[in-house]
Ligand binder design. Structure first.
Ligand SMILES: [Zn+2]
Length: 257
């Protein structure tokens, strides 16, 4: 079972070594901005490394939006980040499911997701597999509650779309972790990556605050069980820098052994 962490983008391989991580995730640009990724000097080292690389897309991306001035740049930025991710040999580009402005806009939001994959397909396809991640908050989210996730997958299922399951987001988003792998797979048919995080907030709180695995509101054994059931690589997006994340990775390795 391959286990890793979300790390600072300056020196991801050094960060991986500091944590004994099998995989790393990082941002190619400021996650709060709209910048296109630049070529990285460590691209060849990242490709050659035994450490698997995942890239997280900027948070601003919301391809579901009914607002043209958000949706169109979001679609382009996702495409460019997929190209940037390919240049470092990434196995996946993780993007949040996004949201729409009102409940009656959800159907259009799902269709906007479909158009995003169609747009990419018309351009030769995303250069890196795109993994849609479930999110914790909002009433009009495309991938918070699984009734919405099922409708999203009805829209995008004809394309090769991956799924990233975040345990903090599921718990805070109001989806029970107990049988979650079965329920996700019934919808998406796959789980490509687990974001193994505890939550500082309660079930269905709608808040997105990650915690270390043995802290937080979720029974950590439940997080272990999710990883085991999914049989997918997992990475922690937890606080405490290298020390905090190393403890979380060690915890998972011991329980999953
Ligand atoms: Zn996550």
């Amino acid at each position: 079972m391959r286990i890793g962490a979300h790390v600072d983008p300056a020196e991801p391989l050094a960060e991986a070594a500091a944590r004994g991580a099998d995989l790393v995730q990082f941002f190619l640009t400021d996650p709060q901005g709209w910048a296109d990724p630049k070529d990285r000097p460590d691209a060849e080292a990242l490709i050659a490394s035994d450490v698997d690389v995942y890239i997280h897309a900027p948070y601003r991306i919301n391809v579901a939006s009914s607002n043209n001035r958000i949706r169109i740049p979001s679609r382009k930025l996702l495409f460019r980040h997929a190209s940037g991710a390919a240049k470092v040999g990434a196995k996946g580009l993780i993007v949040h499911g996004g949201h729409v402005e009102s409940a009656d806009g959800l159907e259009a939001g799902f269709d906007n997701w479909r158009k995003t994959f169609k747009f990419a397909a018309d351009e030769g396809g995303f250069a890196t597999p795109v993994l849609i991640e479930n999110t914790a908050g909002g009433d009009n989210a495309c991938a918070r509650r699984f009734d919405a996730l099922a409708r999203l997958w009805d829209a995008v299922g004809e394309y090769e779309v991956g799924f990233c399951l975040d345990t903090c987001h599921a718990h805070a988003g109001g989806e029970d972790l107990l049988d979650i792998v079965e329920r996700v797979k019934a919808i998406t048919g796959r789980i490509d990556l687990i974001h193994a995080n505890n939550s500082r907030d309660g079930f269905d709180s709608g808040r997105d605050r990650h915690d270390n695995l043995t802290a937080g509101e979720i029974d950590p054994e439940l997080i272990v069980a999710v990883i085991r059931a999914a049989g997918a690589p997992a990475l922690v997006e937890t606080p405490g820098g290298a020390d905090g994340q190393t403890a979380d990775i060690t915890y998972l390795r011991e329980r999953l052994a």
